[in-house]
Design a protein around this ligand. Sequence first.
Ligand code: S3P
Length: 769
Amino acid sequence: MKVNESRILIVGLGLIGGSLAAALRASGYGRRDSDDAGGGGPVKRAEIVACDPNPDEIALGIERGLIDRGDTRLAPLVEGASLIVLAVPVLAMAGVMRELAGCLGTAAPNVVITDVGSTKAAIRDCAVDAFGRLPANLVLGHPIAGSEKSGVAAADPRLYANHKVILTPEPDTDPAALARVRALWAACDAEVLEMDVARHDQVLARTSHLPHLLAFSLVDTLARQDERLDIFRYAAGGFRDFTRIAGSDPVMWRDIFVANRDAVLASLDDFEAGVARLRRAVEAGDTDAMLAIFDRASHARHYFDSLLNQTSYQAEYQMQAQGKKLRYRVAPGGGVTGRIRVPGDKSISHRSIMLGALAEGVTEVKGFLEGEDSLATLQAFREMGVAIEGPHQGRVTIHGVGMHGLQAPAGPLYVGNAGTAMRLFAGLLAGQAFDTELTGDASLTKRPMGRVADPLRLMGAEIETAEGGRPPLRIKGGKTLTGIRYDMPMASAQVKSCLLLAGLYAEGETRVREPAPTRDHTERMLAGFGYDVGREGDTCWLSGGGRLTSAPIDVPSDISSATFFLVAAAITPGSDLVLEHVGINPTRIGVINILTLMGADLRLANEREVGGEPVADLHIRYAPLRGIEIPVDQVPLAIDEFPALFVAAANAEGTTRLREASELRVKESDRLQAMADGLTALGVENTLYPDGIDIVGSGDDGVSYGGGRIDSLGDHRIAMAFAVAALRAGGEIVIDDCANVATSFPGFIDLARRVGMSLAEEQANGEGA
Ligand code: S3P
């Protein structure tokens, strides 16, 4: 760090100036004589001097050891100072600057001046007045830290630690002066950033000045109403939390509102409009409107908290956001026994929010998957004005707004890793009156969206994609859609569902033919919400213009998540496992059919129907598996289950062949390639084809392959599949880039450990960490 100050003059020894002195003292900040570029040599502590009109403050500063000396007059202190920090109230700044300009004259070219004022445009004007122009050695700044206390007595050496300091340099600010001011704040452990003066004043008006104004006003209003101040005796936590800052320094705040008048008034106008909206809702007893406002605010507040505290619903997801990667380390061997319930179905969870939002009435959802993908869908509907309570332990309450009740979101809708959300949203949003933009994470941005954009355009939608039909999608609102007959070129439930959702808003009938049966959750749920959906053979259809009526939804456990444990039990001698309440929709049971064909000992018990979807408890015990040719008609019915099924194949006697599965190449990763690479790393013989793979299994019931290091490519199902593979590996399996497991299977590690697997997770800061 550059340490280059011999004498620091602090003008104004209150809380802010005093805390700066305390922090610099504590860090031993000063000057290194032998070096001016930052390297070796002992640091000579800078002399810290202060000017304050109140001699008691100076005396206290000296007594506490914060400053070496001080004076009530500026002139005697200026000479010899290398850095001058102006820490006086904003309106005192003009006088101080004039005095300073008089003292400095044209001498002292090396002196650097900075300030700590809470507004910047007004202080810049003062500087221009005082110096005749903005000096190049003046760097305006603002530490975003404070306290309702004032005076040097409250000085705190850690006041700036981990707080932001905003510097607002001008184009002709001397870079060396800027570097020295940065170094000053870095020595206080602050985080230094830069922005221009106008932006600083607008941002601060909203985040600091407005809340102070409201707190002052509320306390004053209540205090006037109750002359004896009785009310404060009964005031509880809410009052205390909201009004703490009303105890702040009145002079300082008067100055801020004078100096930042325009930006404060603009933010106050926005606030008043917001309060008026809420007032109308309260007056009219509009509980939905109230809930929508509170709900949005509550979630925004939690989001803000998570930003401040660097935590999130799922810590691993947050790590990824910070560029840290999650790694699994799975010990070889282990058992698979017990009785577990895996989280709710991802496909059904997405759809429950979408249809619940468009329905009339309140939809209660049980068993909702609290994974990142479905939470992103939920958040997107909140951004379109839908009041949604929860999720809380899988329960979500959606206050439907009806087919035409969605409102334009303020910005792009972010759907994370979820192809399902992006494709279904595309259909639903094509029918809205407002424009929208859909964005996603790095993996989703590589996935093909032409498969939905093209047929939607045939219906009259206007959709822009990035090059190659990739996200983001820009969808124009207010278009008239017309029903089409569409022969899907691929077996995709996402494309089918997208068109059915657009069809709800289209004139006439929308018919979709699928080349092979795909999951029919959309059709079932539409029917459950009272919408007529026809089906004959390979075609389904509906007519636009109807309405949806809310209905309760009980989301079964996701068979795609259950699959990892089915395969775990199927390959591990001695295993005996029950998976409760698993969805066994006939369009999803490819994995049951395929494992059974391979010889797995798998039984369904307690079959029943919940909310229009069949469920059962799956009981599986170890039995030796044999390689098979996977029937082509099972491919769409097991489309998400292949990563795990390939692990089953690696433990089966003989070769397992899969063909006509090129869709696997456009999932969260190219799953054929990712699995082939991983299996090869473990020593499993395999041959890759454009549309499939041959896997040669080991057959015996001991160790089937070696350990190794696997790149999951950020694909949740690749990560979980190789975690399961370790049960029969000869050595440890280390799997990189596993954070996305949180998209579909929060709690995977805990459940895996509960059944007897030995799995650890660790944080990796790049290669070899
Ligand atoms: C899904 C359909 C499938 C599946 C995805 C979820 C759905 O995708 O892979 O995980 O919820 O409709 P395709 O329809 O693209 O095959």
